[in-house]
Write a protein that binds this ligand. Structure first.
Ligand SMILES: [Zn+2]
Length: 139
């Protein structure tokens, strides 16, 4: 005798993934891609500032005293760590895009609900929905 078809689905406690609509997935992809472009522009900008600082250091260092040199080195180091921070965020967004293609992105790790598109656009590395995140922070 054949079993009722619904016993199979009832045993899985986890919410089924992939219920997000294609339109929503596209929205997330567009948000992430836009974010990546923004970061890329920011990175390029920072790099040209580093180059600029470097040039200044080389060209008008003749009249510099110790303090000037120190300030310029400090500024440059700050720019470099800023640039590295941006690179990290770019790779975060790129990983997010890969996971999106695999269908593993944008789901709350705790409750399995879809994380809102707006939240993902603001925090590409978000792994919890707002509710779960708040619960986490309250502990
Ligand atoms: Zn959640």
């Amino acid at each position: 005798m054949a079993k009722p078809a619904d016993t199979k689905t009832a045993t899985s406690r986890k919410p089924a993934k992939g219920t997000r609509s294609a339109a929503e997935t596209e929205k997330i992809r567009a948000a992430l891609a836009g974010r990546r472009d923004e970061l890329q522009a920011e990175y390029d900008q920072t790099l040209s500032e580093i180059t600029e600082l470097q040039r200044e250091r080389l060209t008008d260092s003749a009249g510099d005293d110790q303090a000037d040199t120190g300030t310029k080195t400090f500024e440059r180091e700050q720019e470099i760590s800023l640039a590295n921070g941006i690179l990290d965020r770019i790779s975060q967004v790129e990983r997010a895009l890969e996971r999106l293609d695999e269908g593993n992105y944008g789901w709350c790790e705790r409750c399995g609900n879809p994380i809102p598109v707006e939240r993902l656009a603001a925090f590409p590395s978000a792994t919890l929905c707002v509710t779960c995140k708040q619960l986490e922070e309250r502990r």
